[in-house]
Ligand binder design. Structure first.
Ligand code: MYA
Length: 415
């Protein structure tokens, strides 16, 4: 017979569920709930296996036609070899890509950087996806993938690294992003690749790890003037400038720029170092040549060559990613270096990174940024990095890692 006190709404289970539903960590993700990613409801479920969530389907069963866009828009494949297309992408991102929480800065990836980031060994043009307004042909949205081999524990998995998802400010909140993500997924599947890696500042189901940015002032006066940092308590400008002052040149004997002839030694050093992390790229010599050989104003790499044995014992690198400064009278660009891959076997990491700061400072960067990934925590505080606000979450698509891990166990830096 009916018991008025045992209906759904008063059962303990339903009270718990409604409580959980009211918490932000289980807020509804109408799109992401349909995707093969770790779901919030499964957190802590030890019965689910690590690895692929969905099996590959035969290529003949992959949808052959693009997904439908709202009728004013059309798909375009962006040819990054074309100066004209590259400029359109550059402008879309310059005006509409990622901003900080206070909307003071916006990433300003250079054209050279975009060409580097989007044309690694084995890249697919079809994964550089734009959306245009049919009437004006104006580029209004963008998403990209590049291929990578990513090692997860003992398994090497072919993946797409997804980046540069951007919808024009005037077209936000119209559910365009899910269509773009489905379309890039379809094009990745057509190449018989079934997993992906990506990062985002927003919380989605479900991060494999959550990282924090740290910032090392190189030009504190400018950083304070533009609102990037604040004068510390009981600090004057001149004491602050003195605090962050760096020597003119690196201190480690044998510290020099990486050259083409170093590719095989650097590959060996890096592969050996990265093997200790839970997730890292599986770089071969071609990858190292592309991703780490210095490219002017894009990526800088230095190494230590032993003056006695000529062995390559240590390596450090950073990439160049300026931000536009929004609405400042005196400055329009913040020049930032981002720590990339660093390996120390002989020179203490602290000393190696101090030399990286010295060369970045000489190259006129305003700030040197680093995530708390790999062994970075061992030098951040001592080298006067300060913690930033905002976090960067790392994700895998169609690959479950039951237990999130610490950022120091992550060996992957995405651009
Ligand atoms: S991260 C950088 C992202 N870009 C920016 O932050 C630039 C400024 N913002 C924008 O341009 C827009 O706000 C974007 C969203 C385009 C981000 N990653 O269209 P909507 C979900 C994934 O109404 P909009 C990067 O590039 C959101 O939770 N999903 O929203 C890596 C909601 O879904 P749900 C995101 O604001 C990208 C839905 O979209 C993100 O107009 C990796 C709302 O859509 C985000 N950053 O547009 C992409 N932001 O209801 C995934 C919002 O479920 C790749 N959303 O919560 C997955 C792997 C694919 C390949 C698989 C191969 C096998």
């Amino acid at each position: 017979e009916a018991n008025p006190f045992s209906n759904d709404d008063s059962s303990l289970e339903s009270i718990v569920r409604r409580f959980q539903d009211s918490m932000s960590s289980v807020k509804r993700h109408k799109f992401w709930e349909t995707q093969p990613v770790g779901q919030f409801k499964d957190v802590g479920d030890t019965s689910l296996p690590d690895g692929s969530i969905e099996l590959p389907t035969p290529l003949s069963e992959v949808k052959q036609e693009p997904y439908n866009l709202p009728s004013p828009y059309e798909w375009t494949t962006c040819d990054m070899d074309s100066e004209e297309t590259c400029t359109e992408v550059y402008i879309l991102l310059k005006n509409n890509y990622v901003e900080d929480d206070e909307n003071l800065f916006r990433f300003n990836y250079s054209k050279e950087f975009l060409r580097w980031a989007l044309r690694p060994p084995g890249y697919y043009k079809s994964w550089h996806i734009g959306v245009r307004a049919k009437a004006s042909k104006k580029l209004v949205a963008f998403i990209t993938g590049v291929p990578a081999r990513i090692r997860v524990r003992n398994e090497i998995v072919k993946m797409a690294e997804i980046n540069f998802l951007c919808v024009h400010k005037k077209l936000r909140s119209k559910r365009l992003a899910p269509v773009m993500i489905k379309e890039v997924t379809r094009r990745v599947h057509l190449e018989n690749i079934w997993q992906a890696a990506y990062t985002a500042g927003v919380v989605l189901p479900t991060p494999i790890t959550t990282c924090q940015y740290w910032h090392r002032s190189l030009n504190p006066k400018k950083l304070i003037e533009v609102g990037f940092s604040r004068l510390g308590a009981r600090m004057t400008m001149s004491r602050t400038i003195k605090l962050y002052k760096l020597p003119d040149s690196p201190v480690t004997p044998g510290f020099r720029k990486m050259e083409l002839r170093d590719v095989s030694a650097v590959t060996r050093l890096l592969r050996n170092y990265l093997s200790q992390f839970v997730v890292s790229p599986d770089f071969d010599e071609n990858d190292v040549q592309h991703w780490l050989l210095p490219t002017e104003d894009v990526v800088d790499s230095y190494l230590v060559e032993s003056p006695e044995t000529h062995d390559i014992t240590d390596f450090c690198s950073f990439y160049t990613l300026p931000s536009s400064i929004l609405g400042n009278q005196n400055y329009s660009i913040l020049k930032a270096a981002y720590s990339y891959y660093n390996v120390s076997t002989k020179t203490p990491l602290l000393q190696l990174m101090n030399d990286a700061l010295i060369v970045a400072n000489r190259k006129d960067f305003d700030v040197f940024n680093a995530l708390d990934v790999m062994h970075n925590e061992s030098f951040l505080k001592e080298l006067k990095f300060g913690p930033g606000d905002g976090q960067l979450h790392y994700y895998l698509y169609n690959y479950r890692i039951r237990n999130a891990f610490r950022p120091s166990e992550l060996g992957l830096v995405l651009l």
